[in-house]
Design a protein around this ligand. Structure first.
Ligand SMILES: [Zn+2]
Length: 248
């Protein structure tokens, strides 16, 4: 892309499996970038209609679940500042069984359409749930075939990547984003996913106590070898840094 005088707005594409992945795993980061004017598009491959949590007390059932989870996800997107939401309408718990090439091509088309600076998805081995691993694998393949591998980052759980050595990575492979200023938005989004979080008492405590449960940082693994090599001693704290480096 040609650089013009006017800096184009930065764009982020997040490709996840279920409503709530965005909030529970990297809600602080999404809220942070949204607050900085980054245009965020979120894909939820499924509507999470097989989830076992149904509110406390239960207020939904298997039939009403897809629509309610969609509604709750839309609220969470508002709380986090996510502007575009796309459902792939794959059945929950079956992402690993859909045609991999078709899924990859669908994501590749979306990458070409959105033209993101940063792509977030699950690590295909460290995703922790078959749907997560499958959407991560397809998104990684899509980033590859669209030549966007250097824009790719894998989300990770909690502070597990504070010690990446245990997973065969080093600090240079990790981006550690300070989300302290955005934890209130993250908490609001947790509460928006009411049917999923109502059973977790801590979410509904007073704000100060609930906020204290969140870590200050969210961690991402770089999705390309080249991006890892480029980074020097210094620990990276911004997902958009590598994109700038790659353009020079
Ligand atoms: Zn999930």
């Amino acid at each position: 892309m040609n650089k013009t005088n006017k800096e184009p707005s930065r764009k982020l594409l997040a490709v996840f499996a279920h409503p709530d992945d965005e909030t529970f795993i990297c809600g602080g980061t999404l809220a942070k970038y949204a607050s900085e004017g980054v245009d965020i598009t979120l894909v939820s491959a499924t509507r999470g209609e097989m989830g076992r949590r149904m509110g406390n007390p239960v207020y939904i059932n298997r039939e009403t679940m897809p629509a309610i989870r969609e509604q709750e996800l839309r609220r969470a997107c508002d709380s986090l500042g996510i502007q575009q939401l796309i459902f792939f309408d794959i059945r929950d718990k079956t992402v690993e069984f859909v045609d991999e090439i078709q899924l990859t091509n669908r994501i590749a088309d979306l990458i070409n359409e959105v033209n993101p600076d940063v792509i977030l998805t699950f690590h295909e081995l460290l995703g922790g749930h078959p749907d997560h691993c499958a959407i991560g694998k397809a998104t990684t393949a899509a980033a590859e075939i669209t030549g966007r591998r250097e824009s790719l980052y894998f989300i990770s759980y909690g502070d597990t990547m504070e010690h990446p050595e245990g997973f065969g990575y080093t600090r240079q492979d990790v981006v550690k984003v300070d989300v302290f200023a955005h934890l209130e938005a993250k908490l609001a989004a947790f509460r928006d996913h009411r049917c999923q979080t109502e059973i977790d008492e801590w979410v509904w405590q007073n704000d100060q106590e609930a906020l204290a449960r969140f870590g200050r940082y969210e961690y991402f693994l770089k999705g390309s070898e080249a991006a890892r090599v480029q980074e020097q001693e210094q620990e990276q704290d911004d997902l958009f840094v590598a994109t700038c480096v790659a353009q020079h």
